[in-house]
Design a protein. Structure first.
Length: 82
């Protein structure tokens, strides 16, 4: 996670292939989201996702994140706003 100047981000989020498809990623992501909300009062959380990683984009969409128009170095920022 990154916390700076009220710019809350979940970065470098991954689940090892041996542990995927078990719901662990969803639980971990929800834990990160709750933590940023409760400890920092986050009103918006961003996550950078590779443009070509459609699987990750769908994962974050299921958690309520939407695409932004911010693209940097091959990553699109998806955002969750409360």
């Amino acid at each position: 996670m990154y916390v700076g100047e009220k710019n809350y981000q979940i970065i470098n989020f991954l689940i090892d292939a041996a542990f995927q498809k078990r719901g662990l990623g969803t639980k971990a992501a929800k834990t990160c989201i709750r933590y940023l909300q409760s400890e920092y009062g986050a009103k918006r959380i961003s996550v950078p996702v590779e443009l070509k990683n459609v699987t990750a984009q769908k994962f974050w969409e299921k958690l309520g994140f939407t695409f932004s128009d911010c693209v940097e170095e091959g990553y699109i920022f998806m955002r969750l706003t409360f």
